[in-house]
Design a binder for this molecule. Sequence first.
Ligand code: ZN
Length: 344
Amino acid sequence: MPIKPVHGGDPMPLESPDDVATLVGHLERRDREPAWLGDHFSYLAGTRPDWFRPFQETVIVGNHLPYWEVVYDDACVLLAGASDRCVETLAGRLRDRWSGYDMWALAAIGTGAARVVIADLVRAGADRQDFEDSGIWVPPTGPAEYRFTPQRRVVVLEPGDFPGADNPVGLPVERIVRDPATTPVVWHYASFRLGEIPGLPPFPAERAHLVAPASACLWTVFADIGADGRYFGEEVRFESGDDDPDEDYADDDPGFGAGRVLLRPYGPDLIYSNGNIHSSPGVVGTAGGPPIGLYPNPSCPSCKRLMFHALTVETYIREHGDGFRSLYLCEDCHKVASTATGWN
Ligand SMILES: [Zn+2]
């Protein structure tokens, strides 16, 4: 069974819609640990989200969200397309009293009705940052825009020598920047074929590169990308300000950790535990899906719009620093951002 409840205990079977009804019954009666329930819902998000669809109103309108223990990226799959009744219920509750649970459930729905309500709430004074941290941008006019695709792919690492790989790990920096003599980039994690991530906006380059400067801090590397697929105009911003006080990682071995990544669909072959799939063999992250939501997401330095989240991986993909690394795009300005965040 690919469900490993984080606090132990045997998982229940989820082999039919009736099993899902039994699972939701546990939630309604509060007779199981929320974390135990959560890993089952995570498995459903990865395998049969359609079986959960009849229970969207049960969970939202019945106000079970605080006991649901589902992480946001799974919620974006399980609550996708929920009814306008769900949207109106959440909007009404949020206008009465702000709740993080109701806010992210509304954010996870993704319908036209939800986009209009989110824009109305922000223009009426709701905290724009809450939605931006969830990957949603409210423009000056019109409905909210989703700056991520809910369609996810698992990022699986294969160490080794793979010349000509679609998604190479550990390329020499001179292969990915136009001017190696002046670039602040010292490390290549991986390059990703954007066409393998369904739902990304059209982008002029076939691949985008996840890269790092020589820094142990939290940083963002912005770059322009040309049709040749190479970065130019790279610029590093540090969370701590203009200067990087700590260049611990300048000497990481450039030959270390070569390989490739494969992007695979979610499915029953993964291990679902503690609200994630990272204990599955070889899994180092997720392409598509929302940003991790623990940190502010980058805005495009040119047009200031919230950038589109492409993927997030762990530094295990190719050790350099410690934490999560994410890749973002601005499809209008042809800009890419690589960001470093801590584990939580
Ligand atoms: Zn832009």
